[in-house]
Design a protein around this ligand. Sequence first.
Ligand code: GRF
Length: 232
Amino acid sequence: MARPTLGPRAGSRARLKVGVLISGRGSNLQALIEAAADPAYPAEIVLVISNRPEAPGLVRAAGAGIANLSLAQPSREIFAAEADAALRQKGVELVALAGFMRILDTGFVEAWRDRLVNIHPSLLPAFPGLHPQRQALAAGVRFSGCTVHFVRAQIDSGPIIAQAVVPVDPQDDEARLSERILAAEHRLYPMAVRLYAEGRLSIAGERVAISGAVPPEIAVFNPLEALASAGG
Ligand code: GRF
């Protein structure tokens, strides 16, 4: 039996309307803004919401002429209700969490089920939660990376859309590894949103299937100078 595909409404030729939730720097938001600057990209960002008024990402949104909203609401339920109302008012079809550091109300997560995605800087299900790059270094893994996934109620869980692999260099500290993973994030997130917007994703048994050719960028290898010069 055919699985229902997710994403654009059947017959719709308009670009998919995306709302982005942030808490801080907003470099992933910037990557999405830059991708959407191409009129051929199948999604556009119509609203940015931050739970922190001082988030630099709000300035990026304003600079790109994107509607933006600060919701410094201490109550998780009221934040969710206000965010939900603003997203619906803008006709948002997909919500992308991009460095959104607050746990979302489970009612919100359910209301946006399969229309809510997140990016996390590890190869999930390894190293969910805070400081995943620090966790990866402590575990001594040879590879880490980043994951874009549909959001479920449990933190950093849900069907995986795409992952990029980043090798760990023995010389890495948390900052250095984070920087290289972040560079992979900036490629992976726009690609995953594109797959969604093109209606190429479906979920069966909590696993994501991608129709058509899978872009090679789904595994982004960033060979290190040091490893290359060592012949490894
Ligand atoms: C990224 O590493 C993202 O994966 C994580 O938080 C960080 C946000 O960075 N969830 P930015 O705000 O997008 O620059």
